[in-house]
Design a protein around this ligand. Structure first.
Ligand code: ADP
Length: 204
């Protein structure tokens, strides 16, 4: 569901200036969706976990994914040897309804080095999409990487995520992805996406 921000809503900080709002495209808008709910219930090709560098599970969405996937996910993750920040690794999904789990390691938000945090966050989205393509996953659902315990402000994270996904979908391998679902859980993230989506995927 893609709708324009309500009139009078506050401007948000984005990587594209107000003069750089991209050309509206129905075909492109149809390939992204916003959903509020539990990512573990989605029967997409791949879900993206907001993992930590150990890849051995944790709280938040990571814990929910490991609980729903069952102990075999932990066993597979143990063999991966962790993952650096800004990168991603892929596993099977076991008891989950999706086919694969992509474990992306977002940055712990550092307001002093905002640009570095943003580069890592953008990299998580791009690397996850590349892994999806490599593994023939055409539908992918992202959790809000870094916007929980890692403290990335939702109003900055949503534009970075949307900008990265738009960049990928319009790029070389973009046609190999049919649908990107942004999964939000908390109100703050719903609001951030509601505001930012019309800037990156303007209504036609
Ligand atoms: P991080 O450590 O990267 O910040 P968290 O798991 O703490 O990861 O939070 C990432 C995001 O996942 C948060 O926006 C949180 O609201 C959301 N979240 C938590 N549980 C779920 C779930 N079951 N499905 C989808 N999103 C979830």
């Amino acid at each position: 569901k893609l709708e324009a921000a309500p009139p009078g809503s506050k401007p948000i900080r984005t990587r594209l200036g107000p003069d750089k709002i991209p050309e509206p495209s129905k075909a492109l808008n149809d390939r992204v969706a916003l959903l509020r709910g539990d990512i573990t219930t989605l029967a997409v090709d791949a879900i993206v976990n907001a993992a930590n560098r150990s890849l051995l599970g944790g709280g938040g969405v990571d814990g929910a994914i490991h609980r729903a996937a069952g102990p075999e996910l932990y066993q597979e993750c143990k063999g991966l040897g962790g993952c650096p920040t800004g990168q991603a690794k892929i596993t099977n999904a076991y008891e989950l309804p999706c086919k694969k789990v992509i474990h992306a390691v977002g940055p712990v938000y550092d307001p002093i080095h905002h640009d570095r945090s943003e580069a890592s966050l953008v990299s998580c989205y791009i690397e996850s999409l590349k892994l999806a393509v490599k593994n023939s996953c055409r539908t992918i659902a992202f959790s809000g990487i870094s916007t929980g315990v890692y403290g990335y402000p939702s109003r900055d994270a949503a534009p970075a995520a949307l900008s990265a996904v738009r960049h990928f979908l319009t790029g070389h391998d973009g046609s190999k992805i049919d649908k990107v679902v942004f999964v939000t859980f908390e109100r703050k993230d719903v609001d951030a996406y509601d505001e930012a989506i019309p800037l990156y995927f303007p209504p036609v």
